[in-house]
Design a protein around this ligand. Structure first.
Ligand code: AN0
Ligand code: CP
Length: 321
């Protein structure tokens, strides 16, 4: 595997899920694969889970790991071509990327959407520059529009916790005090629609429609209660306005309706549904204390599966070097 961005990059999902279970049983089975190979992780944004789980997965595979927090110690990077660089940015990404590529075998990139210019974000400008100029295989650690390591971990978790052959999985918008990207819900929708046995329903306020390239074929239900009825899994996430219905709203908070917060009443509408969230989560905005602390909350095993999803991805990338 030369890159990991969209669900298609992984090929057959049943095979990938089987590989995930194999690695979960025996995490060090492939530790010879990464000998003398270096992973470089580049963070333009904060992280807890991605940083730790990706490093752990790489160590399980015997790799060396270098982490760079671009905003903590590196030169401030210019990302636009044609700019007269007389401001605070000392280096251009177009030199920095090939230099980074000299020191490693595989690169992971975290670079969130700026949420100001929809075309720039949805063109995945930064990620594409890494692919084009680093000369190395690149994987997304949440980029402007996708978070595939999270979605793969979510799928592994749903496979492990489902009690019916074809679970009803509900992706629900929930309120938040800051504008967040659409990467997590985009990838979650893309992966659930590609999964062999998932009945996906998406619920959100009017105007929050996700980009159809990720949701085509999904059932959209604007009434949250109707969506929740009979659900086996509730996957909560805030996202800012995707600007699909009204381009001027892109990246804005256009709904603050706290009736969307997932509380015990919401969960009572489900089929004893499990609660999921990618984390970090702001309690009592997205989900109440009661729900996230309940026995039906599987947010911790979900996070634990980030090590597993990443192990499969890095194993595949090492095999292709
Ligand atoms: C990020 C987001 O919503 O995309 C990362 C989630 C994994 N969350 C925050 O910035 C709080
Ligand atoms: N879920 C997730 O990617 O978390 P971090 O932002 O902490 O990496």
């Amino acid at each position: 595997m030369k890159s990991f961005i969209n669900v298609e990059d992984l090929g057959d999902l049943k095979q990938a899920l089987a590989e995930a279970q194999e690695i979960k049983q025996e995490r060090y089975k492939y530790q010879h694969l990464g000998k003398n190979k270096t992973l470089m992780m580049i963070f333009f944004n904060n992280s807890l889970r991605t940083r730790l789980s990706t490093q752990k997965a790489a160590m399980n595979l015997g790799m060396n790991v270098i982490v760079l927090d671009v905003n903590a110690g590196a030169w401030k990077l210019e990302t636009e071509r044609g700019v007269i660089m007389n401001g605070d940015k000392s280096e251009h990404l177009l030199e920095a990327i090939p230099v980074m590529g000299c020191y490693c075998d595989i690169i992971g990139v975290r670079s969130f959407a700026g949420l100001k210019d929809r075309d720039y974000d949805y063109a995945e400008t930064v990620l594409k520059q890494f692919i084009q100029y680093s000369g190395k295989p690149v994987f997304a650690m949440e980029t402007a529009t996708v978070h595939p390591l999270q979605a793969f971990a979510d799928l592994i978790t749903i496979e492990e916790y489902k009690t019916v052959q074809r679970p009803k999985v509900v992706l629900t918008w929930a309120p938040h005090c800051r504008a967040l990207p659409q990467a997590v819900p985009n990838s979650f929708a893309q992966w659930m629609l590609a999964a062999p046995n998932v009945d996906l329903v998406i619920t959100h306020p009017h105007g929050y429609e996700l980009d159809p390239q990720f949701t085509r074929g999904a059932r959209i239900e604007y009434d949250q209660k109707t969506a929740f009825e009979g659900a086996d899994f509730i996957y909560a996430k805030n996202w800012s306005n995707p600007g699909v219905t009204n381009p001027a709203d892109y990246g804005k908070i256009t709904c603050e309706d706290m009736s969307w917060t997932v509380d015990t009443e919401h969960m009572s509408w489900t089929n004893n549904g499990k609660f999921m969230h990618c984390l970090p989560v702001r309690r009592n905005l997205i989900v109440t204390d009661d729900v996230i602390e309940s026995p039906n909350s599987i947010v911790i095993p979900e996070a634990a599966n980030r090590e597993i999803s990443c192990s499969v991805v890095l194993k595949r990338m090492l095999e292709a070097l």
